[in-house]
Design a binder for this molecule. Structure first.
Ligand SMILES: NC(=O)N[C@@H](CC(=O)O)C(=O)O
Ligand SMILES: [Zn+2]
Ligand SMILES: [Zn+2]
Length: 345
């Protein structure tokens, strides 16, 4: 018999871009309608590098919550070449700061201030390992000699494996994984290594980006990979392994910044996030695995209590809007105009 209703503990989004300013009026309610907590990415301009900046940003996010909503932003600090161990200690002592985000300089949106010499930060990584402050990683090399489709694998081999050899107890989350190589890397390491997986990397491969015309709204970084990699991500997500959990990487950009000669990377998936994941788990005939992936394993990894409240999805097909109106102009959400089988009750 087909399942038509699914109640799970309130999920958390372990990788989210809310942006800042007037756009918070759009992005915060979209996520807070479904998720209890989210890890807020710090790639603003200027980046969120200190606990003071994170506190001010968190207050702006909380001010944009709908009345009565208790959505909790968990702040990630932007790691730079200048991050010092005092900042690691301050982060460890602040209950609202969840960890540090490593952007290789130039790898993605607003990553210019990111890290240029991973090995040069060894003292910082040692302190993070000692205090068990998590390191969240955008895992791609940025050098011109490495093909964009190989950049995740090369970063893992050249930087992440050596990093974990030097700091074997470092808590590390490889964000938005896209390759079989990333799945293998996570599975080979201990319980201190985990990964987030986005809806677009579960539901799509690079054909969805390039066949029949370029689809800018399916363009994100790390870029969609070939189908073999997608299948390995799909296997990992339904495997029941606690090392793989939900992180949407919802990354809003105005339509005018996506549909242009040099379009921005990022899919704005927040308005349909949980239904998108439900679509995937239903495709895999594994709806029973959604609960731990969305509402359990991430909290367990980071050491938070699982939610005691619940959300209910009902199987009632609906169409994702073609466009949303926002303070920065029209925005085309991920999956725009397409049908999803599940929606929030
Ligand atoms: N994923 C993306 O394609 N874009 C993100 C940055 C990131 O997560 O790499 C963004 O901030 O727009
Ligand atoms: Zn990223
Ligand atoms: Zn991201």
């Amino acid at each position: 018999m087909q399942v038509t209703e699914l109640t799970i503990p309130t999920p958390d989004d372990w990788h989210l871009h809310l942006r800042d300013g007037e756009l918070l009026a759009t992005t915060v309610p979209a996520t807070a309608a479904v998720f209890g907590r989210a890890v807020i990415m710090p790639n603003l301009v200027p980046p969120v590098t200190s606990v003071e900046q994170a506190r001010a940003y968190r207050e702006r996010i909380e001010a944009a919550r709908p009345a009565g909503n208790s959505f909790e932003p968990l702040m990630a600090l932007y790691l730079t070449q200048d991050t010092n161990i005092e900042t690691v200690q301050a982060a460890a002592a602040d209950p609202h700061v969840i960890g540090f985000k490593l952007y290789p300089s130039g790898a993605t949106t607003n990553s210019a201030a990111g890290v240029t010499d991973v090995n040069g930060l060894d003292a910082v990584f040692a302190e993070m390992a000692k205090l068990q402050v998590p390191l969240l990683v955008h895992g791609e090399v940025t050098t011109a000699d490495v093909d964009i489709f190989d950049r995740e694998k090369v970063f893992i081999d050249n930087y992440l494996r050596p990093l974990l050899q030097r700091h074997s107890t470092l808590k590390l989350v490889l964000e938005h994984i896209t390759t079989a190589d990333a799945v293998a890397f996570v599975e080979e390491h201990g319980n201190n290594v985990a990964a987030t997986i986005t809806p677009q990397h579960l539901l799509m491969n690079r054909n969805h980006l390039l066949v029949g015309g370029v689809r800018p709204h399916n363009y994100c970084l790390p870029i969609l990979k070939r189908r073999e990699h997608q299948l390995e991500l799909r296997r990992a997500a339904v495997s029941g392994s606690p090392k793989f959990f939900l992180g949407t990487d919802s990354a809003p950009h105005a339509q005018s910044k996506k549909e242009t000669a040099c379009g921005c990377a990022g899919c704005y998936s927040a308005p349909a996030a949980l239904p998108l994941y439900a679509e995937f788990f239903e495709q895999m005939d594994a709806l029973d695995k959604l609960e731990n992936f969305a509402s359990g394993f991430g909290a367990d990894f980071y050491g938070y209590a699982r939610a005691t409240s619940t959300v209910t999805l009902v199987r009632k097909p609906w169409r994702v809007p073609e466009s949303l109106s926002t303070a920065v102009g029209p925005m085309v959400p991920y999956w725009a105009g397409e049908t999803l089988n599940w929606q929030l009750e």
